[in-house]
Unconditional design. Structure first.
Lengths: 297, 292
């Protein structure tokens, strides 16, 4: 393209975009600043952008809190197993639907695709899960979200692009479908597995509704449910009694209100961290993700 | 061909799970017209016809939740639908490639943050001593209790959704913009078209099909509100504007154990949605851009 001289529009546009970038990034800096700033500064509402003073008491309290840790452990368990299960349950049928010799392709495709338009809704789904005796079990959290017709279609579209000659020659050599799937299809489709896997991972890490609906035991709650209690319902009683009530490790030099806010923002930092850590990797795959998204059905 | 059993082995587990977790609940919708008792089995124990639907239409909250659901979505559509298009167009016009990709990658970061955290963050920023109120006080406006005022629910909901989703939603438009044939721009230059003319006669027509498809899908969802965020944001004090069909269903069904009634409400919602989707598609088809 021809480079033309910057016009007033370009200057305004650039400024606008920079402002926009600030709006997107500001809350992230703000939460980090609150989490490490001096509690008096936080309590007085002086911290607006960069940290003022420094303390790590909030981190000490949060990292000592067992509910956060068990929430973390549960979230990791649900997210990792859920992602693996979903990739398996979506890629296997996709392989079958992509092979030329399967006879009931149309009927099975219909079974999956119909669910993209109709569903039973919250209550009937809840009743099915309850009647199966899955209440308060990990399966209630990981199976229903793992069933995605959309992901099956994405996998199928991708598997179809594998050169047919490769598969044909493997078959000539007497390879079984399971062999072709594990030794040809999966290695050749690493990118799509990564893209879909990352999306499922992030969605699972961030979700709280299935846990709210199906889990009753306190010790099975994922991180987002714990965070909901602390930062949305602002019910800090547990964490405060455990840590500050005993006063262990804390001097008298803190502002109660300020410390509460620092703790809340620390829990946010701690929970956003895993997502921020996979974010650069996601960046790499996002370009592919766009392509995946634009190839419909 | 003797290995075909392997194909069945690969497709059947998922199919069975689909039937159990997605089709069984659809069959379970029948409890909307049956009397359901905890001891009476999954499909209820007696036919009651349209009793629960009639009960819903006479429900004192019927009008309120329909209105809230519709208004929240219409405002959402009006604001969050054009925003990513504008963002994509503006970014597309940017000359500095580095800055462009920087803004782009920052803009979809919020999409990966959980709703719980976004709402928690908003509650901090908009609290009585939060940064927004400090700024308002600074210019002489009195403290506003944002989360307790019904009037502020929609702006907060929509504003945060915009922050969270605009960059992500713009991605699909970037893809559409990248697919426009560059020769078209060259022709336009030869014809003496300025920048605005190029946007108007090349860029916008190029992404129009994408816009229409996404618009139909958005209209089809007009009566669906993401339950998760409303549930986190609302409180009895803001039910007046915040209570929507899905949250009402949850309270009546899961908390109130009124399963049949809540199912009827949810079913009514799905039917309305489906009707809207069909209607939107029919309109788009008349314009030559139907989804099917």
């Amino acid at each position: 393209m021809v480079k033309h001289k910057p016009q007033p529009f370009d200057i305004i546009n650039t400024i606008l975009q920079l402002l926009l970038a600030c709006v997107f990034i500001y809350p992230f800096i703000y939460i980090i600043s609150i989490s490490i700033s001096d509690t008096f500064a936080v309590g007085l509402g002086l911290v607006k952008f960069l940290p003022i003073g420094f303390q790590l008491d909030a981190y000490r309290i949060v990292l000592r809190d067992t509910t956060i840790w068990s929430g973390y452990a549960n979230s990791i368990l649900y997210t990792v197993t859920g992602t693996a299960l979903s990739l398996l349950l979506c890629s296997l049928p996709a392989y079958v639907l992509a092979t030329s010799e399967f006879r009931f392709k149309k009927s099975f495709t219909a079974v999956f695709v119909i669910t993209m338009f109709f569903n039973g809704g919250i209550i009937p789904t809840f009743l099915v899960v309850r009647n199966l005796g899955l209440l308060d079990s990990i399966w209630a959290i990981i199976i229903p979200p793992a069933l995605s017709a959309w992901n099956i279609i994405l996998f199928r579209t991708n598997f179809k692009s594998i050169p047919i000659s490769l598969i044909e020659s493997a078959k000539m050599d007497g390879a079984s479908h399971v062999w072709i799937f594990t030794k040809l299809t999966v290695p050749l489709s690493k990118a799509i597995f990564a893209v879909i896997g990352l999306f499922i991972f992030v969605a699972a890490w961030n979700s709280y509704f299935p846990a709210l609906l199906y889990l009753t035991s306190q010790d099975k709650q994922p991180l987002m449910i714990v965070l909901r209690k602390y930062i949305v319902m602002q019910n800090m009683r547990g964490i405060m009694e455990r840590s500050i009530g005993t006063g262990k490790g804390l001097g008298d030099n803190y502002d109660y209100e300020g410390l509460l806010r620092s703790i809340r923002m620390t829990t946010v930092v701690v929970s956003v961290l895993p997502v921020l850590m996979v974010y650069p990797f996601m960046q790499k795959f996002l370009a592919k993700g766009i392509l995946v998204g634009s190839i419909k059905g | 061909m003797k290995q075909n059993y392997q194909l069945y082995l690969m497709i059947l587990p998922t199919t069975i799970l689909f039937i159990v977790f997605l089709y069984l609940p659809m069959a379970g919708l029948v409890i909307a017209v049956r009397h359901y008792d905890i001891v009476g089995g999954f499909f209820g124990d007696a036919w009651v016809g349209g009793k629960y639907f009639m009960q819903f239409f006479r429900d004192p909250y019927f009008f309120r939740i329909i209105r809230n659901t519709a208004l929240l979505n219409i405002f959402m559509l009006l604001i969050t639908f054009p925003a990513p298009i504008i963002l994509a167009l503006l970014l597309n016009e940017m000359q500095q490639k580095k800055l462009k990709s920087l803004v782009q990658s920052i803009s979809y970061l919020p999409h990966f943050i959980s709703t719980v955290i976004i709402v928690g963050l908003m509650m901090d920023l908009f609290s009585s001593r939060g940064i927004i109120n400090q700024a308002l006080n600074g210019v002489g406006i009195q403290t506003i209790l944002f989360f307790q005022e019904p009037g502020w629910f929609r702006p907060l909901y929509i504003g945060s959704s915009l922050w969270e989703g605009v960059g992500w939603s713009a991605i699909i438009y970037f893809a559409a913009l990248a697919a426009i044939n560059p020769e078209l721009y060259e022709y336009a230059s030869i014809e003496g078209a300025g920048r605005l003319a190029k946007i108007r006669y090349v860029t916008i027509p190029g992404i129009l099909p994408t816009i229409v498809i996404l618009f139909i899908l958005a209209v089809g969802n007009i009566m669906t509100v993401g339950f998760e965020k409303v549930f986190l944001m609302y409180s009895p004090g803001t039910y007046e504007t915040a209570d929507v069909i899905s949250t009402y269903t949850y309270r009546r069904g899961i908390l109130g154990l009124d399963y049949s009634y809540a199912t009827a409400v949810g079913f009514f919602n799905s039917v309305v949605n489906f009707g809207l989707l069909i209607g939107a598609n029919a309109l788009a088809r008349k314009a030559g851009h139907g989804l099917w």
